[in-house]
Design a protein around this ligand. Structure first.
Ligand SMILES: [Zn+2]
Ligand SMILES: [Zn+2]
Length: 194
């Protein structure tokens, strides 16, 4: 799978979270079309897990372009909005990982305490592979609750001019500069002086 290989290369390893993100992203592309070259699609992610890397690589909604919005809710929910009309797709992960055996629980415990013996690694690895296979073989409906609708797309990312911090002299985006006693300061300098 070419797309999955690309995602693994970017992320650095394969893991169940990444594979879930891969399925989220593939579904988003199936419903909303092409990967975003610019900001044609906006993604709102409600966690910062491994899955988000797959979303960035495959949908083109990236941190750097500003069309990846992070809400720190700790929820496995991904919303995609397509410009200009605002067709939206809300994907909520409902997948549950396969039941753990007693042996797997025990080995995981030992792994978490830092044991990396062959015996432990083998079971931990098999467990991970079983989860990944389960995600890859499930249907979209088994993995996700999917809601389609319309959402007003957020404003496109803006480029702001820079100003110089009057304390450290480094450049800072104007909209992030703070004013203290009539001087413009970057946030770290402003907070140091509090
Ligand atoms: Zn990972
Ligand atoms: Zn400064």
């Amino acid at each position: 799978m070419k797309n999955l290989d690309e995602v693994i290369k970017f992320h650095g390893h394969i893991c169940p979270g990444l594979v879930l993100g891969y399925r989220v992203a593939m579904l988003a592309l199936k419903e909303l079309g092409e990967r975003a070259k610019d900001e044609e699609i906006v993604a709102i992610v409600e966690n910062n897990s491994c899955a988000v890397d797959a979303v960035q690589v495959l949908t083109g909604c990236t941190f750097g372009k500003g069309n990846l919005l992070f809400k720190d809710y700790g929820k496995q929910v991904y919303t995609f909005i397509k410009r200009p009309l605002g067709e939206s797709l809300r994907i909520s992960v409902k997948w549950e990982s396969p039941q753990e055996t007693e042996k797997e629980k025990e080995m995981w415990e030992r792994y978490s305490k830092g044991e990396h013996s062959e015996e432990v690694l083998k079971v931990v690895h098999e467990r991970k592979t079983r989860k990944i296979d389960s995600i890859l073989n499930a249907t979209d409906e088994e993995l996700f609750d999917i809601k389609r609708g319309m959402i007003e797309p957020p404003a496109e990312a803006k480029i702001y001019p820079s100003v110089r911090c009057s304390k450290c002299g480094e450049k800072v985006m104007k909209s992030r500069a703070r004013v203290k006693q009539g001087r413009l300061l970057c946030i770290p300098c402003y907070e140091k002086g509090k």
